[in-house]
Design a binder for this molecule. Structure first.
Ligand code: 4NP
Length: 149
């Protein structure tokens, strides 16, 4: 799960998907394309939104996306077009590029919608992000169970 800062959207996506898959079979992680918040906990608004839905993401620590992530993960979900362009710019080949998709394409294939960046807005933006990610990760976890990812 990749966003810009790895403190708002992608830690939420990580926590939500992790709660829906078998931890013995699936490794879920998140990263930011920027290094601004490396080593930091998620934004308090993401922590509180997750907590409201029964998830604890307060122990997650920000890290920057690195080229090796293409080797370590089968699928790389980005939150918006800017993240997409930044991750694709690091891809070494077509195989790397094929792993990358906008997460909301799991809600509506080919729609190419962004998860809005809630950083500069109010708490309601975080709840909207939660709802989008909750629905998208329903599809992702089902695909994992079916062996389609
Ligand atoms: P995120 O949100 O990419 O969802 O983690 C942001 C977090 C920090 C900044 C921008 C977006 N920032 O500019 O520091």
């Amino acid at each position: 799960m990749v966003c810009l800062g790895n403190i708002c959207r992608s830690p939420l996506a990580e926590g939500i998907l992790r709660s829906k898959v078998d931890p013995k079979k699936v490794v879920v992680d998140s990263a930011g394309t920027a290094a601004y918040h490396v080593g930091e906990a998620p934004d308090l608004r993401s922590i509180m939104t997750a907590r409201k839905h029964g998830l604890n993401i307060s122990k997650l620590l920000g890290r920057q996306f690195r080229v090796e992530d293409f080797d370590d993960f089968d699928k790389i979900y980005v939150m918006d077009h800017s993240n997409y362009n930044n991750v694709i710019a690091l891809a070494r080949n077509e195989e790397d590029k094929a792993k990358v998709d906008l997460i909301l394409n799991e809600l509506s294939s080919g729609s190419n919608q962004d998860v809005p960046d809630p950083y500069y807005g109010g708490d309601e933006g975080f709840e909207q992000v939660y709802r989008l990610l909750d629905t998208a990760t329903d599809t992702i976890s089902q695909k994992i169970k079916d062996g389609r990812i």
